[in-house]
Design a protein around this ligand. Sequence first.
Ligand code: ADP
Ligand code: TRP
Length: 357
Amino acid sequence: MTEAKKEIVLSGIRSTGNLHLGNYFGALRKFVAIQDDYDCNFFVADLHALTTNPDPRELHANVKNIVAEYLAAGIDPDKATIFVQSDVPEVAEMYLLLNMHVGIGELMRTVSFKDKARKALGLGSNEAENDDDFAKEIVGRDTGKRVNAGLLTYPTLMAVDILIQKATKVPVGKDQLQHLELTRRFARRFNAFYGVDLLPEPYDFDFGGQPIKVPGLDGSGKMGKSEGNCIYLIDEPKALRKKVMRAVTDEGPQEPNSPMSEPVANLFTLLELTSTPDVVAHFREAYADCSIRYGDLKKQLAEDILNITTPIRERINDIMADEDYLRRVLARGAERARERASKTLAEVREVMGIRKF
Ligand code: ADP
Ligand code: TRP
């Protein structure tokens, strides 16, 4: 009897910096947990990173960092396919082909495009608020501060990443759900236009339970690369302890059982993710009876975070030093990713009428 075909899972991370605790708890740790049960594909989206025109040396270094971090966090290249987006040239060709069925208007209306375009143009939050004014700002500028076309077609490229592998389960953060919705729309449109059933519609991967939001150390919001409030997996113990000790708190509970301010609640969220239940209970009681000393809480938190990150950091360093190993992993990953990609691309070319005479 043949083994039932595993569903295809695919996810990518842009190579724009090192991975942090948010990426670890929100994504990596979950990827590791599902790699036995699904046909998993994890890649580094270096072409997507190009949309914000990074320094070439930094981009190159970041690709290596992320691959090492994937591996160090426990993604097993014998189980999952790990690859770099630009190692699959079929993606670039299908991106060109799919763009023929994508509307400029629908791309311009995506939230992530608006955010990035506004940033590129240096628009304040009260400038060009409505769609007409926003469009005028973009059309009016072709030199200096401009919005590059790659930024506009970012969702096409992401749709191709997914569709070319025929992935149906795509674990992404909330901010990427709109891109996933567009991917489904593009797939339906393509299939309908050519009267084929070629590109399957992908959905968000539901891990079950509450989605995790790892907060930053600056008092509010989530931990994120662009927020500058991250604890990185690669942080050395000294730097990590310093970051945690500097976390924002408040003047402390003034009376028993007072409600918690957001910065303090955030520290408890981090503690819950990294400590044992009895440690969490101890500090909760101390908060409730006003005996808590935030310094003690932070010291404990730093050590508990280090318990998780230290083995990962050590593996990252080992892997980074072993370029042969990295090259082997990526060569194998590229080969596997290209196998499926070239098959899909051939089918797409065929139905679009691009074929040999
Ligand atoms: P960043 O916000 O730092 O740019 P990305 O958007 O590249 O991170 O996120 C990559 C993955 O990590 C996504 O799946 C996202 O859901 C997850 N992730 C990022 N930050 C957090 C966070 N603070 N809490 C939970 N998950 C997160
Ligand atoms: N756009 C995603 C992000 O910024 C990264 C990404 C690119 C991706 N292609 C993908 C995620 C395909 C999932 C599937 O996080």
